[in-house]
Design a protein around this ligand. Structure first.
Ligand SMILES: [Zn+2]
Length: 247
């Protein structure tokens, strides 16, 4: 065995640079994940606190039919806006709407009312158990375009619907005025084995320009609800604060 092999190997400059670059890269990725995920962690803790005593945290809640300031939309349901537009639950997946958790907690299925946020035309596709979508011909903030309001999770874990009986599956373009009762919050996820925690998912969906709504699951097809509701619900601007209607 030669002596040279017994000497400790010194990192060569290129290797050092590579290690440094990796560390820096990892560090910035970790920072990015932290800033994205830490408000969500805070929101999760807050949701548990809210559900363990909704009456003690009434100042955290919004109310169905309430209008915040001069906002064009009414609040679509009661409860804590637990997760907002732009939250990231895991890398690569960005939340494209609001999750509002009713004060009855996870067991109070079908008790928290859901109302129309704005005048529009309600459609419920024949296969939709827990969801409906309302067409608004003139976006109140950009009247030259049409937008859609999507509401979901209004069924129990097996898919028994909590949508008002006047809007059965297959309903097409039924006019509903702002404030009309649409149904109640549920926990249906589409997978009967893993229901969501009871809440309303509400999002504002873009039109394809030819009168059809785009795929709601992609945040690029949705709009920041903040100016429509008069509440800061943009994750980037909200940080870990509580989104509530300011008097
Ligand atoms: Zn959601």
């Amino acid at each position: 065995m030669s002596l040279s092999l017994d000497r400790p190997r010194r990192p060569r400059p290129t290797r050092l640079a590579l290690i440094l670059a990796l560390l820096l890269g990892f560090g910035s990725l970790a920072y990015l994940l932290y800033t994205r995920l830490s408000p969500v962690a805070t929101r999760l803790v807050r949701l548990r606190q809210y559900w363990s005593g909704p009456l003690a945290h009434q100042d955290w809640a919004v109310h169905a039919g309430e209008r915040c300031g001069e906002a064009p939309f009414l609040m679509p349901t009661d409860g804590l806006i637990g997760f907002v537009w732009g939250d990231s639950f895991r890398p690569g997946k960005v939340h494209q709407g609001l999750d509002i958790f009713g004060p009855t907690g996870p067991d109070g299925l079908g008790e928290t009312p859901v109302v129309a946020a704005y005048d529009g035309y309600l459609t419920r596709l024949p296969t939709w158990r827990s969801a409906l979508i309302i067409r608004i011909p003139q976006d109140p903030l950009q009247p030259e375009r049409q937008i859609w309001l999507y509401y979901t999770h209004m069924a129990d874990s097996s898919g028994n619907s909590f949508i008002s009986p006047e809007f059965p599956p297959g309903t097409t373009q039924a006019f509903v005025p702002a404030g009309a009762l649409l149904g109640h919050q549920g926990n249906y996820s589409g997978d009967t084995d893993s229901p969501v925690g009871m809440h309303l998912h509400f999002s504002i969906v873009r039109d394809d320009g030819r009168g059809r709504f785009l795929d709601e699951r992609d945040i690029r097809n949705t709009l920041d609800p903040s100016p429509y509701l008069g509440v800061e619900v943009n994750a980037d601007r909200l940080g870990d604060r509580i989104p509530i209607c300011q008097p």
